[in-house]
Design a binder for this molecule. Structure first.
Ligand code: ADP
Ligand code: F6P
Length: 547
């Protein structure tokens, strides 16, 4: 592991704050979405800089607002201004009409407009220019998400020498989907300019590597059971899996507050003894909201005895409202809600409560606490933090989590949650019925397990494991290390075992699954190592290349 000597500079499309224009003037509000929530929680009390867009255009001066927002933070905020055209073609266009649907396996929703690509390159250069002004050689530049995949390439061209990492918060698709992208090779090559490339899950990482193998055959890939090393044109990148988490303690602590308990009791009073099912999402077609409503309708049709005894509260935060697919989605969801309510409402009972706004943290926590069932059924999702937040706030261990097998959180939470296929309405309806009839004992033991998992895999661990994977400059640029890889065979968990090597192997004792393999040897002659279940490195192939 390379000790980061300088600051960490986080770079993301959105800053954690967002400018809102009101008749009375402009105001900064909290940004929504998993990236902002997680990073803000994880970065609390850490120094550094966060560079991103606060929703402002170049003619707006928001500096005083940012300085004020930074006063409550340990890091500074630097904004990148985007023109109306940038917002339309880079943010709405390339990022959210091409990459977002494609990476979520929905190519038929893509609009491959070539003008979007030109603006995407331009805006990535704009972000890079601000980073270049800010970053010093010892700093670590951590770029987040699909909006900014070209930033490292621009920074390298500008001669910036700092180490750079990239984390993709959304899924990475399989080669059959990815290759539909007209700009697939330049994007892959640009990603390889980062020193560390991180994904949410093993599936995403393995899709990325399969894309490299299919589309850039000149790339050398070293396989281990933890991180991989990928080499192209004299550069090497560490490629790893780093599932994101939440600040469990903060959610738990806040959920315990008396005012949250009182608010939760108030919500419960309004639904009487009904089973309260909760859905909380950005209004996005990947979240499976229409499918969820259809499953709920099927439950009411198939089990008439549930009518009058179960209520779905669906909270959606408005999102990307300029994009046609999102406009249609809103209409579809609102039509379904009114159809279900029209079909089943009885005096004193409305089956679906629909809330279309960004909830404050207190209100959100009160809903999480009040709910009996958390229904998280995305069609595909990088991680899904709502599932984790629901568990953290369930301090009474009363709730049941139903989660989609296609959420990044699905595999991690499967031991305590009910796992469903969101396209199988019948299965989701049955899961709701089962959850509503589960014994208190079973609920408690499942929720206890879930809470332990969410607590262990928290946002701090995510940050730590990513930063631990940052190789030293020598390692990625082919430095002068002299160690033979066979010297590393049999390395055990512990502190760096070869700190004087050009190659370093360090295993985080708290994370036996995470090891960094980096070599100063050429990819051709480097032997292959893998991290075994015993957390030791095992030689797979000798330096001569035989198996
Ligand atoms: P995504 O990043 O795709 O939006 P996640 O589930 O990972 O999905 O993260 C969503 C974040 O946004 C969570 O932190 C959640 O609390 C927050 N959020 C979602 N809907 C609302 C809402 N209606 N009001 C307030 N916060 C919300
Ligand atoms: O977590 C995925 C993500 O796409 C973030 O990158 C993004 O900030 C968030 O969801 C919300 O989307 P948007 O920034 O488009 O409002």
């Amino acid at each position: 592991m390379n000790e980061i000597k300088g600051r960490v500079i986080n770079v993301s499309n959105r800053l954690p704050v967002l400018i809102r224009r009101h008749a009375s003037g402009t105001r900064l509000e909290r940004s929504s979405g998993g990236l902002a929530t997680a990073l803000e929680a994880g970065w609390r009390d850490q120094p550094g800089v966060w560079i991103g867009w606060a929703g402002a255009t170049p003619d707006e001066s928001i500096e005083p607002l940012l300085v004020r927002a930074a006063r409550r933070r340990s890091y500074t905020l630097r904004s990148v201004a985007l023109t109306e055209e940038d917002i339309a073609k880079f943010y709405s266009g390339f990022a959210n009409e091409i990459i977002w649907p494609l990476f979520h396996d929905m190519p038929s929703r893509c609009n491959f407009d070539p003008e979007y690509w030109a603006t995407y390159q331009n805006v990535n250069r704009k972000f890079a220019a601000v980073v270049a002004e800010t970053a010093q050689e010892d700093d670590f530049v951590w770029v987040h998400d699909y909006h900014l995949m070209l930033t490292a390439a621009s920074l390298r061209q500008a001669g910036v020498r700092a180490n750079m990492g990239f984390f993709l918060h959304i899924p990475f698709p399989s080669p059959d989907i990815f290759e539909k992208l007209p700009w697939k090779q330049p994007i892959l090559k640009a990603l390889l300019e980062f020193d560390v490339i991180g994904f949410q899950g093993d599936r995403d990482r393995s899709n990325f590597v399969s894309c490299l193998e299919r589309l850039l055959p000149e790339v050398a890939v070293e396989r281990g059971t933890s991180h991989l090393l990928v080499g192209l044109a004299g550069r090497r990148s560490v490629v790893g899996t780093f599932p994101i988490g939440i600040d469990f303690e903060a959610f738990e602590h806040d959920a315990e507050r008396p005012e949250i308990a009182a608010h939760a009791a108030e919500i419960r009073k309004r639904v009487a003894d009904d089973v309260l099912v909760l859905g909380v999402d950005r209004l996005d077609y990947t979240k499976g909201i229409p499918e969820r409503l259809k499953s709920f309708r099927l439950l009411l049709r198939r089990f008439p005895e549930m009518r009058g005894h179960i209520t779905l509260v669906q909270v959606v935060v408005p999102s990307r409202e300029e994009i046609p697919n999102y406009k249609h989605l809103r209409r579809e969801v609102e039509l379904l809600v009114s159809q279900i309510n029209g079909e089943f409402t009885e005096p004193g009972w409305v089956p679906v409560h629909y809330i279309h706004r960004n909830l404050g943290r207190e209100e959100l926590l009160a809903y999480y606490r009040a709910a009996d069932i958390g229904l998280v059924t995305p069609l595909k999702d990088g991680m899904n933090l709502v599932a984790k937040e629901f568990c953290a706030a369930q301090i009474d261990e009363r709730g049941v989590l139903i989660v989609s097998e296609f959420a990044g959180a699905g595999p991690e939470l499967r031991s305590g949650a009910i796992i469903v296929n969101p396209n199988d309405f019948s299965q989701v309806a049955q899961a709701l019925y089962d959850a509503a009839h589960m014994t208190a004992e079973e609920k408690r033991s499942r929720m206890r397990l879930l809470r332990q998992i969410v607590k262990d895999h928290n946002v701090h661990r995510w940050i730590r494991s990513f930063l631990q994977a940052v190789p030293s400059s020598d390692q990625v640029k082919g430095g002068s290390g002299s160690a033979s890889w066979s010297e590393l065979d049999g390395a055990t968990v512990g502190p760096p075992i070869a700190s004087s090597f050009g190659s370093v192997v360090r295993v985080d004792q708290k994370m036996p699954g995470v090891a960094l393999l980096a070599s100063a040897l050429s990819p051709r002659t480097r032997p292959r190592y893998a991290m075994g279940r015993d957390a030791k490195l095992h030689l797979l192939r000798s330096a001569a290349g035989e198996d």
